[in-house]
Write a protein that binds this ligand. Structure first.
Ligand SMILES: Nc1ncnc2c1ncn2[C@@H]1O[C@H](COP(=O)(O)OP(=O)(O)OP(=O)(O)O)[C@@H](O)[C@H]1O
Length: 267
């Protein structure tokens, strides 16, 4: 097994009580007649990285999008069961815009807006009513620092974000997500379009982000799950087969289907 080059969230917090940040209970999701998630129950510990793994089409991205109600935008999508953030029901007791500010998302392909680096980061805070330049300056710098890209872009903040490399664009997108002060960060295969060096930088960054944020990541890369996450959940055909401590799930899986998948027998 690869040795992580940074301290994983749970190791940093060892000895402290682990708090649940988000929880999914008896979640069923249908796209029309298609049953995409089946009675999923799962908790996401605060200030840790949870990885969602499983073969293509098993429902990982669907679950991720359900956590900040992105699926509300999909016609014919029906969700039953409960999703909570700090114990509050995300579908019943929370304004959807407030939920999406608190639970930010970064996608597979870097998708910077066609505007300057500065304006990309200031975009979210501005839409939330922050207009003062000195206040925005502080948020832009802090977000870029938190996303480990400040030193690379601090002298070109007014230049177009589209001039950055793919790996830099993805860290910019993480900075943009951080700029509205989220509590949870959803990463949907956020390194799959990147080269190995950019991937390594983002993996290291994710490890650091867990000090401040709860991170939930979908990944196809099992080594990445091992390197970065403290908790892993394995999905198959819409069912959550097994979840637990990452090292245990990969070395001593309880379910034969998990064992077959993590040993590369299918997927
Ligand atoms: N908007 C949609 N309408 C209908 N079916 C959908 C929709 N989105 C996803 N699905 C179906 O739901 C199932 C789960 O899809 P999902 O994208 O969550 O899987 P995944 O595990 O993330 O796959 P991948 O690893 O390939 O991204 C798939 O069968 C997919 O075709």
């Amino acid at each position: 097994m690869l040795t992580p080059t940074f301290i994983k969230g749970a190791e940093a917090h060892r000895g402290e009580e682990v708090k649940t940040k988000m929880e999914v209970r008896n979640l069923d999701l249908h796209y029309g007649n298609f049953h995409a998630l089946k009675d999923v129950t799962l908790t996401f510990p605060e200030n840790e990285v949870t990885a969602l793994i499983g073969p293509s089409g098993c429902g990982k991205s669907t679950l991720l999008k359900t956590l900040n109600r992105m699926n509300d935008l999909v016609d014919g999508c029906k969700v039953t069961g409960a999703i909570t953030l700090d114990g509050k029901d995300a579908y019943k007791d929370m304004d959807v815009n407030d939920l999406r500010r608190r639970v930010g998302m970064v996608f597979q392909q870097p998708n910077p807006f066609p505007m300057s680096i500065y304006d990309n980061i200031a975009f979210g805070p501005r839409t939330h009513g922050i207009k003062k330049k000195d206040e925005l300056d502080v948020i832009v710098e802090q977000s870029l620092r938190d996303a480990a890209i400040w030193d690379e872009v601090k002298d070109r903040l007014k230049k177009s974000a589209l001039g950055l490399s793919g790996g830099q664009q993805q860290r910019l997108c993480i900075a943009r997500a951080l700029a509205v002060r989220p509590e949870v960060l959803l990463l949907d295969e956020s390194t799959s379009a990147l080269d190995p060096i950019s991937t390594a930088k983002i993996e290291e960054l994710v490890g650091q982000l867990a000090a401040k944020y709860t991170v939930i990541m979908v990944t196809h890369n099992m080594l990445q799950a091992i390197r970065v996450s403290t908790k892993t959940a394995f999905f198959l055909l819409g069912e959550m087969v097994e979840a637990g401590d990452t090292d245990t799930l990969f070395t001593h899986p309880k379910d034969n289907r998990t064992a077959d998948y993590v040993s590369g027998r299918f997927g």
